[in-house]
Design a protein around this ligand. Structure first.
Ligand code: PHE
Length: 366
C-alpha cells in the first residue's frame, strides 16, 4: 500500500469517527488547512519536474478529493443528527394535563359587560367606544352643558392642564354620554349602540370610586318615543337578572342632554338583610333602588351631533356596570372591585370557559 493510500484510509476512519462538528472542523484543518498535511503534499508538486509531477499528481489530488468528500458527507450526517436532537427536545406535549387549580378568573365587571353586550347584540345594538381622556366639548358642551352650566359642578371632574382642541380643558370623561355625540357625528343615523367603558369622578366611599364603569345606550331613528325606551329597559333588565319579576318605576328627572328625562328604579324585597330584586317597591318590606338615568335625546344634542332633530329622534340611557354587578352577584363594597385581592377575585370571579350566551342564560354559574 502506498503512503497516500495509508493516509487516505486513516483520514477516512478518523473522519467517520468525528463526534461533532468542531471535531470534524479540527480534522479539516489538520488535512486541508493552510498548514495541513495534504495541502503540504500538494505544495511539493511545484518543485517537481514535469515528468515526476505527471506521475505523482493524480494520486495526491485523488487523496485530497476523497478527504474533502468524506468531510462533506460526515458534516451532513452530523448536522442532520443535531437537527433531530433539537426537534426532539423542542417538542410541545399538548397532552399535558391542565393545572390542578384554576389559574385566574374573569372579573365581575368584565363578566357583566360581556353579559350586556350579549343581551344588546340580540336586540340589534352594536358596541361603540370613545376615549377616556376627553375634550370638554364632547363631555359637556355638546351634551347641552355649556360653560357655567350648573350641572357641570355635579360631575366632580378631573381636569388636565392642557387646553382642549374644541375649547376648555382636556378631562377624564365623567360619563359615557360623549360617545353618543362621537358616534352620531361619525356614523349619522339611524343608530343602535351601546358604549361600555371606564368613567372618572373625584368621589370615594363604599359605593363610589374615582374610576367606575358605565354602559351608555343610544337609539336614533324616526318616530322613536318613550314607549320604546321603557320596553328596551324592561327587556334588558329581565334578561340580565334572569327573571320576569322585575318591576320598574319611571320617575321624572333632569339631565341636560335628555328631554324629558327619566330616572329608573327597580323594586326589591329585603330577605335576611339582603336585597332581593323583584316585586313593587311600594309593598310592605320592599323598597325602590335607583338603577339608571335615561330619557329622550335632547334636540339640541341631536343638532350639535350634526343631525336634523325634526327628522331624527331617539332615546338614551346610562347604567353603572359596577352597581349592576353588585346587585346581581351580591357584593356590598364597591372598593373591593379595584383592590386586585386574589382572594376576592377567586371568590367572585368567573370561569373563562363560562361565556355568557342567551341560550344558556347570560348569568354564569360560579
Ligand atoms: N350620563 C348620565 C350619568 O352619568 C346618565 C344618562 C345617560 C342619563 C343617558 C340620561 C341619558 O349620570
Amino acid at each position: 500500500m502506498s503512503d497516500h493510500d495509508q493516509t487516505g484510509q486513516e483520514a477516512q476512519s478518523r473522519i467517520s469517527a468525528a463526534e461533532d462538528l468542531s471535531a470534524l472542523e479540527a480534522l479539516r484543518v489538520e488535512y486541508l488547512g493552510k498548514q495541513g498535511s495534504i495541502s503540504g503534499l500538494l505544495k511539493t508538486l511545484g518543485k517537481m519536474t514535469p515528468e515526476e509531477r505527471q506521475e505523482k499528481a493524480p494520486a495526491i489530488q485523488a487523496l485530497r478529493q476523497s478527504v474533502t468528500d468524506a468531510i462533506t458527507a460526515r458534516k451532513a450526517e452530523l448536522e442532520a443528527a443535531e437537527l433531530e436532537a433539537r426537534l426532539a427536545t423542542e417538542t410541545l406535549d399538548l397532552t399535558l394535563p391542565a393545572p390542578q387549580a384554576p389559574q385566574g378568573s374573569v372579573h365581575p365587571v368584565s363578566q357583566v359587560m360581556d353579559e350586556l353586550a350579549e343581551i344588546f347584540a340580540d336586540l340589534g345594538f352594536a358596541v361603540a367606544t370613545g376615549p377616556e381622556i376627553e375634550d370638554d366639548w364632547y363631555n359637556f358642551t355638546a351634551l347641552n352643558m355649556p360653560e357655567s352650566h350648573p350641572a357641570r359642578a355635579m360631575h366632580d371632574t378631573f381636569y388636565f392642564p392642557d387646553t382642549a382642541p374644541k375649547g376648555g380643558k382636556m378631562l377624564l370623561r365623567t360619563h359615557t354620554s360623549p360617545v353618543q355625540v362621537r358616534t352620531m357625528l361619525a356614523e349619522g343615523a339611524p343608530l343602535r349602540i351601546i358604549a361600555p367603558g371606564r368613567v372618572y369622578r373625584s368621589d370615594s366611599d363604599a359605593t363610589h370610586t374615582p374610576m367606575f364603569h358605565q354602559i351608555e345606550g343610544l337609539v336614533i331613528d324616526k318616530g322613536i318615543h318613550l314607549g320604546h325606551l321603557k320596553w328596551t329597559l324592561e327587556t334588558f333588565l329581565k334578561a340580565f337578572f334572569e327573571t320576569e319579576d322585575i318591576v320598574l318605576r319611571l320617575r321624572p328627572s333632569y339631565f341636560p342632554f335628555t328631554e324629558p328625562s327619566v330616572e329608573v328604579d327597580v323594586g326589591f324585597a329585603i330577605e335576611n338583610g339582603k336585597r332581593i330584586l323583584g316585586g313593587s317597591g311600594d309593598e310592605a318590606g320592599h323598597g325602590w333602588m335607583e338603577l339608571l338615568g335615561s330619557g329622550m335625546v335632547n334636540r339640541r344634542v341631536i343638532e350639535m351631533s350634526g343631525l336634523d332633530p325634526d327628522e331624527w329622534q331617539g332615546f338614551a340611557f346610562g347604567v353603572g356596570v359596577d352597581r349592576l354587578a353588585m346587585l346581581k352577584y351580591g357584593m356590598d363594597d364597591l372598593r373591593a372591585f379595584f383592590d386586585g385581592d386574589t382572594r376576592w377575585l377567586n371568590h367572585y370571579g368567573f370561569s373563562p370557559f363560562d361565556q355568557p350566551t342567551l341560550s344558556a342564560g347570560v348569568g354564569a354559574r360560579s
